[in-house]
Write a new protein. Structure first.
Length: 201
């Protein structure tokens, strides 16, 4: 009888352990490595809030933009900031689709920040910074340049400039784009060399 109780208790413990392995949340390491995708001092999240001189785009539902060379496409809203991976970016440190979006026929295609920075899955490009799109209306009075990629004319966020939508912002420094939450201090930096996530506080 005692052996049966011990076996039953062991089976309950093992069942509890196997149920706990279905958690699908992927937390990035405190600092995901990347060869040269590091935020500049002016683009880093700080307790003071968004970078000074950031263009306020909170009057628009979305403000989509591209990096100066058009390789990275991003979107900034009141809820999150997202950027799609540029073509050819090394995937070092990027988790598999099985960890980010298990059982979904999607691929890990970019990074996002709202309260925290994390990877996301989709079927392709999510941001649409084409000059004539409704998500690029913000650029019509912002005096930002465009870049032509294939047949697409994209509005860009020039080097050293920043956009803010409430407490979320994105800034360009050289070939890298940093997006962050001024509340949580979570951020990501993305470039053609890779991506780096920071949990914030």
């Amino acid at each position: 009888m005692r052996e049966a109780c011990v076996v039953a208790a062991l089976m309950l413990v093992l069942a509890g352990c196997s149920a706990a392995t279905t958690n699908t949340v992927v937390d990035p390491p405190a600092e995901s490595p990347s060869p040269s995708a590091s935020p500049s001092a002016s683009a880093s999240p700080s307790a003071a809030g968004v970078p000074s001189g950031a263009l306020d785009v909170s009057a628009y539902a979305a403000a989509d933009f591209a990096s100066p060379d058009g390789s990275i496409r991003c979107s900034l809203t009141a809820y999150d900031a997202t950027c799609n991976f540029p073509k050819g970016m090394p995937r070092t440190g990027v988790p598999s689709a099985g960890k980010v979006c298990p059982r979904a026929p999607l691929k890990v295609s970019g990074v996002t920040v709202s309260g925290r920075a994390e990877f996301f899955c989709s079927r392709g490009q999510d941001a649409n910074p084409q000059q004539k799109s409704s998500a690029a209306v913000w650029a019509r009075t912002a005096s930002v340049p465009t870049v032509t990629v294939g047949s697409d004319v994209l509005v860009t966020l020039p080097d050293g400039r920043a956009l803010a939508h409430g407490k979320l912002y994105c800034a360009t420094a050289g070939a890298a784009i940093t997006c962050a939450s001024a509340d949580s201090l979570a951020s990501f930096t993305i470039s053609g060399d890779g991506v780096k996530l920071s949990r914030g506080r």
